[in-house]
Design a protein. Structure first.
Length: 428
């Protein structure tokens, strides 16, 4: 099969969007001849990786707008407009490639975002969209706890998502998709409302077999006092303020416990101030932005992971913690709620802030006071990641979907709760 992958973000050795792009390419290359549309600024890391990776059947086509036309883009400022313009230029490049190659299938993998368009479905071949996310929203009851800046962010995000309903290219992408992969049930409903006839829920997050083996080798924490870890950008919707308040309640019964937060972001100062106000200045430790190896070292010293995000499509750190045998405490919303089960961690309902803080605190106490429970949840977490969130198994999953689409089997049926690694179930 000749496959064209659209991967705006694509970089080896990275997580999140860039990791999705690169790993989807690696998996597709196991089965197909692959052409990849990506940005020129990914070229250096990709070519460095190609010196050791055997990817003779992968061809990269790099595109960026000329420097004079992107002077206004600085970091995330202007990102969405730039991405839109990039799609137009990438399509023109793809059209020329298709004339020479005659692709059997196009597959958009990044951005992992349902409300921004992909233009590769303009090519006259079947189109696979996703996984894409972004359909998740924080529960309405949490609105009162946001400051004006946070409310503006959420309002702009809601406006961008609403605008996609009248964006002809987004609607076209949805209606042209032979199959769309949604990271969560919330995104699935958004895709259906845009006109996607066939949508399957499948997380974009996964770990390679090598990463799973490395994480599985992390020893159990030798610390007798309970240590809790969170990892991520310090943004308001990541919910770290909820976890700090919950830790404050929990810490009254476990005074020697500590809460470590690895990451940086615009909320660091306000979170540190909150910890100080709660009398937790010495118990809540802000570790800053750490290299991956150091994060794994901190994970090895901790007993559990707290991931209190309010609208997260992915949640890669949850998979890393599970692979390392650490139980996860998360909110029962978004991508983490699909990754974590009652056998691998504790999911807390996010009904309203005070209830959420109270239930998070209770979850911390359950884990702190029961080492055998932690061990049982940790072991189940390792197995779940190996079975359902391994890139190599996800590659098999994508192969079966791609073949079903190209072979024109519209009767192929997929479970709405399908996870990477599960087989395609065909009618008849």
């Amino acid at each position: 099969m000749k496959l064209l992958i659209s991967a705006y973000a694509c970089e080896p050795g990275r997580g999140s969007e860039a990791g999705v792009g690169w790993n989807c390419v690696l998996q597709a290359a196991r089965f197909h001849d692959v052409w990849v549309l990506t940005r020129k600024n990914n070229r250096g890391p990709i070519e460095a990786a190609l010196e050791t990776a055997a990817l003779d059947n992968v061809h990269f086509a790099y595109f960026d707008l000329p420097p004079w036309s992107r002077f206004w883009k600085r970091g995330t400022r202007g990102l969405h407009l730039y991405y839109y313009l990039w799609q137009i230029g990438a399509y023109l490049l793809a059209r020329g490639l298709h004339r020479r190659v005659s692709f059997d299938l196009t597959h958009h993998v990044t951005f992992v975002n349902y409300w921004l368009p992909s233009l590769v479905p303009l090519l006259p071949v079947p189109f696979l969209w996703g996984p894409v996310g972004g359909g998740e929203s924080a529960p309405a009851a949490f609105e009162e706890f946001r400051n004006p800046k946070h409310r503006l962010y959420e309002a702009l995000r809601d406006a961008a998502r609403s605008r996609c309903r009248i964006d002809p290219f987004v609607v076209f992408s949805a209606k042209r998709a032979a199959l769309a992969l949604a990271t969560t049930e919330a995104t699935k409903e958004k895709l259906r409302s845009l006109g996607c006839d066939r949508v399957v829920v499948a997380s974009e997050a996964a770990l390679s077999e090598a990463e799973i083996s490395t994480l599985a080798a992390l020893p159990a924490s030798s610390n007798s006092d309970f240590r809790l870890l969170s990892v991520g950008r310090l943004l308001h919707w990541k919910g770290f303020a909820l976890a700090i308040r919950a830790f404050g309640e929990f810490q009254r019964s476990f005074p020697d416990s500590e809460y470590w937060i690895a990451g940086d972001g615009p909320e660091r100062e306000s979170l540190a101030q909150l910890a100080a106000e709660l009398g937790l200045r010495s118990q809540v430790k802000f570790l800053g932005l750490l290299p991956r190896d150091e994060v794994l070292g901190k994970l090895a010293q901790c007993h559990a992971l707290a991931h209190p995000s309010l609208h997260d499509s992915g949640g890669w750190v949850c998979l890393e913690a599970m692979a390392a045998g650490r139980p996860v405490v998360c909110l029962d919303v978004g991508g983490p709620a699909l990754q974590v089960t009652a056998e691998t961690g504790i999911k807390v309902a996010a009904i309203e802030p005070r209830q959420t803080v109270r239930d998070l605190s209770s979850a911390f106490a359950r884990l702190a006071g029961n080492p055998s429970l932690r061990a049982r949840l940790g072991q189940a977490g390792r197995q779940r990641v190996k079975q359902h969130f391994c890139w190599e198994r996800k590659g098999e999953f994508y192969r079966e979907i791609s073949e079903a689409i190209v072979e024109g089997r519209p009767q192929a049926r997929f479970s709405s709760g399908v996870l990477p690694g599960q087989a395609v179930r065909n009618a008849g």
